[in-house]
Design a protein around this ligand. Structure first.
Ligand code: AMP
Ligand code: MG
Length: 269
């Protein structure tokens, strides 16, 4: 079986060309025969989360980025569904408002970093500040271009203080986005997900690709790697993300804490 983590990781410093990535690829996995594999990953994730919570000394931060309709919400729904809600914090990042706007861009992000024992999921993240901000010129280049290093420093600081970080770019093709938009328009129960602004944003597709490529090249690091997930097929996206999150948690070598007192002599009537 292909090692998905190894296939999909962005090697630090490597120059990724997203055009060379097939967003429909499934690395030889088949939908039907992979269902059990996904199930097993989800079961194992629940156990690992329990250990993380019990140990209570470290946290996992999962960052999700992707173009509109890329499947960020669906990934959270499907991959995190088996987790104990008490141990998970999901934070969506929208256009900064109020106090967020009056602080540096990492302020709201730092505040949302999971506490020890928890899994934090970012639905969009500080990477918007080198993506949408760059694509729409919300800040000059002199400002956003310094942020790659700032983000690496920030993430390294977190990783040195007990936060393991894993980052996913959900990558769909332009045609697949069109198909998902059409479905959102046609299906009354999906209308709410669609905004006419999404069509406008689609015109910036190529600019986003350039911004994603720089983000991947500059900010995939040993302590906080990026993975590019071919996401046209939702089942494969779920399989790949669950597999990599699972392996990341396995790699933390989580242990139940030693009891705070000697429990061996305790007896009850
Ligand atoms: P959605 O994820 O569909 O709810 O949309 C959230 C919107 O907020 C997206 O259009 C993002 O690009 C935008 N957004 C998130 N973070 C920022 C940011 N730091 N600056 C500007 N726009 C942002
Ligand atoms: Mg949207």
């Amino acid at each position: 079986m292909k090692n998905l983590a190894r296939e999909l990781i962005v090697t630090p410093g490597s120059k990724i060309k997203l055009a060379h990535f097939d967003p429909a690829s499934t690395f030889g996995f088949k939908k039907e025969s992979s269902a059990g594999h996904l199930e097993k990953n989800l079961e194992r994730l629940a156990v690992l989360q329990y250990l993380l919570y019990a140990e209570g000394r470290r946290a996992l931060l999962v960052v999700l980025q992707g173009i509109d309709a890329g499947g960020k919400d669906g990934t959270i729904r499907h991959v995190m569904s088996g987790l104990n809600p008490q141990g998970v914090d999901v934070t969506p990042f929208k256009v900064p408002e109020g106090a967020e706007k009056r602080h540096d861009y990492l302020w709201r992000v730092h505040n949302a970093v999971p506490e020890h024992g928890k899994i934090g999921i970012f639905n969009r993240s500080h990477y918007e500040d080198v993506l949408v901000v760059r694509v729409h010129g919300l800040q000059p280049k002199s400002v956003w271009s310094k942020r790659f290093d700032q983000i690496n420093d920030f993430e390294r600081m977190l990783s040195e203080n007990g936060v393991t970080i894993v980052k996913f770019l959900l990558y769909i093709g332009k045609e697949e986005q069109a198909a998902r938009f059409r479905e959102r328009i046609a299906d009354r129960t999906k209308n709410w997900k669609f905004s006419p602004a999404d069509i406008k944003e689609r015109e910036y597709w190529d600019d986003y690709i350039v911004a994603y490529e720089d983000m991947l090249r500059r900010c995939s690091t040993k302590h906080a790697p990026w993975y590019v997930i071919p996401a046209n097929h939702k089942w494969f996206r779920n399989l790949a993300v669950s597999q990599i999150v699972r392996e990341t948690l396995e790699g933390m070598n989580l242990k139940f804490p030693k009891p705070g007192a000697d429990l061996s002599g305790i007896q009850f009537e």
